[in-house]
Design a binder for this molecule. Structure first.
Ligand code: MN
Length: 322
């Protein structure tokens, strides 16, 4: 997934925020991803830039794409982050500049580590299924790891499931829930899980008190810590909780995201994460000059995505809240 906005607002993470249990409803904003896909962006949000190292959350669908090409995101670069792809329905073809070509499906975890620089494309396959529904997430890499060489697409098609009682379960994408740990490595203390809440059930989702958390409703509607949430809404839960209550009358799927508050100040612009204005200018220049830094998505048939113009003002590193 790419940030395809032609005039992407400067956004950054890190900084000062009250470290306590809160409930903040984060409404999505609609963003066009190319000409064919509209997504609902939850992070960065004007009220909150990050949850742990999670710094970008797009939720899309369920969309009936049976009569359309579906997703069309041409090759674009990334730096300083990992992308985490998760589908609830449909399929997406991932291609990247280190030669990965992976058709991804529902319930599979796919992580791309950009490190110093990578390019990738994401498209609905030509023979795609009728529906498309998923989330695209970014994880900011801590300073010690953000210049690492790009890693081959890491795929986990089987993930461990934690039984939370009353029929509620959590598929653990990264980190640990209720003592059940994902095999996916992370570069900072992080959790990500899909919580299935069947109709008429309720449970407590155990949380690490030293982490901040948020819950996104990806399917149905649910009540989380006494807040009613509709499809597409996210509730920020703050820090210091040992559990969050979840319940649903009609059935729901929830995406739990959390992690240690990310205290580094970052600069996030277009598809790049850096630490300074000058780093972003350099990354943009390298992409536009077709430098070896990002490589070429050889298998993609079409043009790469040009970077937007830099804003007139200098980008400033900012905190994790606003
Ligand atoms: Mn991308």
């Amino acid at each position: 997934m790419s940030n395809l906005e032609r005039d992407p607002a400067e956004s950054a993470g890190g900084g000062q925020a009250p470290l306590e249990a809160v409930t903040e409803l984060l409404e999505p904003r609609k963003v066009w991803l190319g000409k064919t896909t509209q997504v609902r962006r939850l992070l960065p949000h004007k009220e909150r830039r990050m949850v742990g190292a999670w710094c970008f959350v797009d939720h899309y669908g369920p969309d009936d794409i049976s009569a359309s090409p579906g997703m069309r995101v041409p090759p674009h670069p990334h730096t300083g982050l990992q992308t985490v792809s998760w589908l609830l329905d449909g399929e997406v073809q991932h291609l990247d500049s280190i030669g990965s070509a992976v058709r991804i499906g529902p319930g599979e975890l796919h992580i791309m580590t950009a490190g110093a620089g990578i390019a990738h494309s994401e498209e609905s396959p030509s023979d795609h299924p009728p529906m498309l529904h998923g989330v695209q997430l970014w994880v900011a890499l801590p300073d010690a790891h953000r210049h690492t060489a790009p890693r081959a697409f890491d795929s986990y098609r089987e993930l461990p499931v934690a039984d939370l009682g009353d029929g509620v379960s959590a598929t653990v994408m990264v980190g640990e829930v209720a003592g059940v740990r994902s095999p996916a490595p992370t570069y900072s203390p992080l959790v990500g899980a899909e919580v299935a809440v069947p109709a008429g059930t309720a449970a407590q989702v155990p949380l690490a008190a030293e982490h901040e958390h948020a819950v996104l409703v990806t399917e149905g509607s649910a009540t989380v810590e006494d807040t009613r949430l509709q499809h597409g809404e996210m509730l920020y839960l703050g820090i210091g909780r040992t559990a969050a209550s979840v319940a649903s009358t009609g059935g729901a799927r929830l995406l739990l995201l959390g992690g240690e508050p990310f205290e580094e100040q970052i600069v996030m612009w277009w598809n790049f994460i850096g630490r300074s204005h000058d780093e972003i200018v350099e990354a943009r220049g390298d992409w536009m000059a077709e430098s070896d830094r990002f490589g070429v998505v050889e298998a993609f048939d079409g043009d790469r995505l040009p970077a937007p113009e830099m804003p007139n003002s200098r980008l400033r590193p900012r905190g994790r809240t606003r």
